[in-house]
Write a protein that binds this ligand. Structure first.
Ligand code: M6R
Length: 613
């Protein structure tokens, strides 16, 4: 959610930190701050607003010589949880002496009692944040050895953290630690950079260490010394990042979201690469590490996820039940651990998360593991916490998704779920012949998406007509129902238009009361099962004067005659149809938001990665 960057090395820390923060800005962006260590002092600038506001202040306040001279610093972009986004609440925060400073991601859940205890000892707090309490506690326990003080303080903390701490006395090192909030350490030539996300690191180095929960590390220009919370050295493997910097940049598109929508044929190709065995009519998915015998022993699938990933899970239910004949439940991850979920020994829990860091999904994974379930992760970010904790699963290989609105991750999630269902199905009831036919349909997915992207102008025209509407309805049946939910979510999060996704049959049970000529309806009337019933539902809407935009299959003239406007998607199997259909909805939401001049990549109140409950 918030972003951290720390640096020590042979370059200007200020320059490295500011450019790193810009790369992390998509994670959380209501305020930002930086502190560098120089001449035995801590120098800080904090600002509300965007990183560019901080940048302006830093470069107008600090002279060039000073900037080049400071080679150690830490920085932060904040997404407010405790206390509004003011400069006082922005990070870094100081200890009581003003000689230690810290940036923090996460939430200190017992901050209130710690604060009271520290106040009783004379500590005075300058912000309303939970974070400031932690650096005061570190300061209280500090006796000249920073890592010792950090370990000691963290033992009193309940909650989650990714932290970086500097001391005015130590221009040669700083200390970082994590629990529940990601931290990655990049090992460069004579420099070390720490960040909450590899995208801030890859322009410096590709050699990284992913810290585990309860790790604490002393960071120096020459490398890191990782310990556990008892200050005992532990070893952590060095991994290589295979993204390139270009993948994290806009590549000529006006917004990351548009770039990511257009990247889908390629990212879907990457998701599929080497994973289908057309001869045997099955999927390979070696990351599942499950034998056919283990796969056929699964009696129930439980999918846990949030937001867009949850919608992917809802489509996955149709796949698992139809292809593999396995009863499947889809749970909102936030609810899962609070309702004593029943786990049986032959259950498989599938956690879906683009970022692999969503707090609620992670908590669901831990709950399921603790209850003895077989847990599988479907994640995009390699080395992310959910991917590691699940221990087995399937990576999307969609490349970095920067736009807050998830697009390419969703279509890759559906593709992975379809391949998983195929694999499970082949271990149970699906014949080789059926498997081979399905492989062919799955291979077509990138081409289907390309065909929708080629319809961009058609979608722009409809967006131009309706971008001023105040409310929208999205309707679907079967696997198109979660697609309708996802279309509505895309529209509301980036255009701020109120949009409701509904099962088309549910409309008559209440929401139809809201329809009038000002309320456009997007109806998924694809040429698949349920089409005729959808046509009837569309008639019900039009009888209430609601204009209907039909997502229709190319060449389905009968349906077109029943719509006010149409957006075409190519003819394909009912199993793959959700993918091109949702791409049309992504483009529609994008163009509406663009016409309304919204902040598309960084919508108000939203962050890319939701690492708090
Ligand atoms: O990283 P995750 O897939 O776990 O994230 C889950 C949701 O926060 C995410 O899908 C969110 O709903 C997106 N902003 C939707 O576009």
């Amino acid at each position: 959610m918030c972003g951290i960057v720390g640096y020590i090395g042979n370059k200007s820390a200020t320059d490295v930190l500011i450019s790193g923060l810009k790369r992390l800005e998509y994670r959380g962006y209501d305020s930002a701050g930086i502190v560098v260590v120089s001449g035995g002092k801590l120098h800080t600038v904090k600002q509300s607003g965007k990183v560019r506001d901080l940048e302006q202040m830093v470069y107008s306040r600090w002279d060039e010589k000073f900037q080049a001279g400071a080679t150690l610093g830490i920085s932060h972009t904040r997404w407010a949880t405790h206390g509004s986004p003011t400069p006082e609440n922005a990070h870094p925060h100081y200890d009581q002496t003003g000689r230690l400073a810290m940036v923090h991601n996460g939430i200190i859940e017992n901050y209130s009692s710690l604060r009271t205890q520290l106040q009783a000892k004379g500590h005075v707090f300058k912000s309303q944040t939970d974070s400031e309490v932690l650096i005061h506690l570190i300061g209280e326990l500090y006796q000249g050895n920073l890592v010792e003080a950090v370990c000691a303080a963290l033992k009193h903390v309940e909650g989650t953290y990714g932290i970086a701490v500097v001391s005015a006395e130590r221009p040669d090192e700083f200390v970082v630690a994590r629990k529940g909030s990601p931290l990655v350490i990049g090992l460069g030539e004579g420099e070390t950079i720490v960040a909450s996300d590899v995208s801030a690191i890859i322009s410096h180095t590709r050699q990284v260490i992913y810290l585990d929960d309860d790790d604490v590390a002393v960071v120096r220009a020459s490398g890191v010394d990782v310990r556990n919370i008892n200050n005992v050295p532990v070893s952590r493997a060095v991994a290589k990042v295979d993204w390139d910097v270009g993948a994290a940049e806009k590549g000529g598109y006006e917004h990351f979201m548009l770039k990511e929508i257009h990247e889908q044929p390629e990212s879907l190709g990457n998701t599929l690469r080497g994973r289908l065995d057309e001869q045997m009519g099955t999927a390979l998915l070696s990351g599942l590490s499950l034998t056919p015998r283990e796969l056929s022993a699964i009696r129930r699938v439980v999918i846990v996820a949030c937001g867009t990933s949850y919608h992917a899970g809802m489509v996955g239910k149709y796949y698992f039940e139809e292809l593999a004949d396995i009863p499947t439940e889809v749970d909102q991850a936030a609810e899962y651990r609070y309702r004593n979920p029943i786990i049986r020994p032959d259950d498989m829990v599938v956690a879906i998360s683009q970022s692999g860091e969503t707090a609620d999904t992670l908590a669901a994974v831990r709950e399921a593991k603790q209850k003895g379930a077989l847990v599988v992760g479907i994640c995009n970010v390699v080395g992310s916490t959910i991917a590691r904790e699940a221990g087995r699963g399937v990576y999307l290989h969609a490349g970095p998704e920067i736009g807050v609105a998830s697009t390419k991750a969703f279509t890759c999630q559906l593709t992975v779920l379809l391949m998983m269902a195929l694999k499970l199905g082949r271990c149970r009831r699906l014949s080789r012949q059926n498997g081979m036919e399905l492989c062919e349909k799955i291979q077509e997915i990138p081409k289907l998406v390309k065909a929708v992207l080629a319809r961009n102008d058609e979608i722009v025209k409809v967006a131009e007509q309706y971008h001023q509407a105040r409310d929208f309805f999205f309707l679907g049946r079967g696997a198109m129902f979660p697609v309708a939910l996802e279309g509505a979510l895309k529209l509301k999060e980036i255009s701020y238009i109120h949009a409701e996704g509904y099962h088309a049959a549910e409309l008559k049970h209440g929401p139809i009361a809201l329809l009038d000529k000002q309320t456009p309806v997007l109806a998924m009337v694809n040429d698949i099962a349920g089409r005729d019933k959808m046509i009837s539902n569309v008639q019900e809407c039009r009888a209430r004067h609601a204009p209907v935009i039909g997502i229709v299959t190319e060449g389905d003239a009968d349906v077109e005659a029943n719509m006010d406007h149409v957006i075409h998607v190519p003819k394909c199997s009912h199993l793959t149809a959700p993918i091109p259909t949702v791409v049309a909805l992504q483009l529609f939401a994008y163009h509406v938001a663009r016409l309304r001049q919204c902040s598309i990549d960084q919508p108000r109140n939203l962050a890319k990665s939701v690492t708090v409950e």
